[in-house]
Design a protein around this ligand. Sequence first.
Ligand SMILES: Cc1ncc(C[n+]2csc(CCOP(=O)(O)OP(=O)(O)O)c2C)c(N)n1
Ligand SMILES: [Mg+2]
Length: 564
Amino acid sequence: MMLGHNRKKMSGAECMADMLRDYGVTHVFHVPAVLRKTFAVMESRTDIKRLHVHGEKSAAYMADGYARASGKPGVCMAQVIGALNLAAGLRDAWLAHSPVIAMTGGRDPKTKFRKVYQEVDDVPAFEPVTKFNATIDDVARFPDMVRQAFRVATSGTPGPVHLQFRGNEGQLDADEAEMEPLVEPQFARVPAFRPAPDQTSVLAALAVLQQAERPVIVAGGGVRASGAGAELVALAEALQIPVATSLNGKDAIPGTHPLSVGVVGTYSRESANRVVNRADLVCFIGSETGGMTTHFWAVPPIGTPAIQIDIDPEALGRNYPLAAGINGDAKITLARMLEHVDRAGAAKRKPWIAEAQSICKEWYAKYNPSLTSDAVPIRPERMCAEFTRHAPDDAIVVVDTGHAGMWMGGMYDLTSPRQSYMRSAGHLGWAFPAGLGAKCACPERPVLVFTGDAGFWYHIGEVETAARWNINSVTVVNNNSGGNQSKRGFDRVYGGTQTEQARELWTYTKVNFARIAEDMGAIGMRVEKPGELGPAIDKALTLDRPVIIDVVTDIEVLAPTAVT
Ligand SMILES: Cc1ncc(C[n+]2csc(CCOP(=O)(O)OP(=O)(O)O)c2C)c(N)n1
Ligand SMILES: [Mg+2]
């Protein structure tokens, strides 16, 4: 089929519905009313599920969770008045490089600047959170602009895009034109391209890496986007190099692998920071070398010899001067490195591996009492240990930020290369709706969410969405009736000890989320004793219903902070 040779008269709505179907989109998350006609024709022309949710921000988070779980772009939509709510929800996708496509209604040239009801110029607000931010005023542009949206979202370093359609509800979709709803399947998922590295830089980087006595790999989200976990582990094994990950790259290597040292950086595991800071060379793969992963460039300190591999050439050397840099897709690059690797030198790193492993053993010995604690109220470390024991081999584990990110990033171990781990890139409240999106994308895989109560409150209304649409994720709430990650910071500004009244700044009323969930049509379970959590997770995963497990935890327990 040649582009431009199969045009027929059709509406924008028909064109959009056909294109989304042919790109393999299965779900669209929206708050009405936007592209109304498109939604109507979707019903007869496609099997796309049109999820009417409780807020534009959660629609964006669902699309983001869908995208991160499947690699396929997640699609979310809002009318003009909801556009900035949607933009707010793209911020996590932007930070995590997730391919989300947001569509909104926009201004009509006939009436703009006349104080039209609900209208402002939304386009600039999408600028900082998208790779491509465009307006469509003529229906004949549907095919090329939708293709461009998928192209940009999935290629290079992936990320969100925004298309604004003429009319507050995007009524442009009712117009007709001669169009061809052609799609390019290559851009239906990440990565669209796998650019291969040049041979010279592969050999140069290998030479540096093989010479090092105490190298460490830091694997980032680029490894997960590239699906390069197997190649990463193979290279680490061939050269005997310990592997730390960023939070975003946590599922690049199972936590139970003998070369895994944990998540490095700010929300981290002490063993990873200690190993990275003892290394004589750090090899960053698919990592932005950002503040969170490097504990604001203290782990490793700037000046530590470094290698970097990235699909984006502009990322190479941004924060650490490089001994070698490779521009390429992580999976292809690691495969090329494996072809040329000299395994003979690996033996010299025996003492380094032994040191890294003893640092990991020390970590387990130090935290074993809290990981196995029978204390009531329950300690969050024990919750993480139950996740390690009870997450099925093919689970998608979805984690909120703040304390949730610290607890699970540091204390939970993936036990199989088939498990996935996705985490909020900074927004409290992301995990629960993102978990729903992940379950929509991968209905056959168990989805287990870890969130704090403050995180869960944000989008609690989506329990009703989960029940209505049978989105059967299992959400475990670390319920300490407050946002106790904030406690340390308030202790500090009160000069060491808070006043009793200061607790109004970070605590809530005690509630039973299990009961609230039941009222909204989900299954609720309440866990008050540590031994009950594992069996509750096992049971919840058999129910084929959305489940909220409310775990009553200790408000005084704080996560360990990063070591340098
Ligand atoms: C959108 C947003 N607003 C504010 C914050 C700052 N923040 C980080 S953690 C936190 C409280 C977390 O409370 P909860 O989810 O209950 O977890 P806990 O600390 O109690 O374990 C807040 C307000 C944030 N990360 N994101
Ligand atoms: Mg809390």
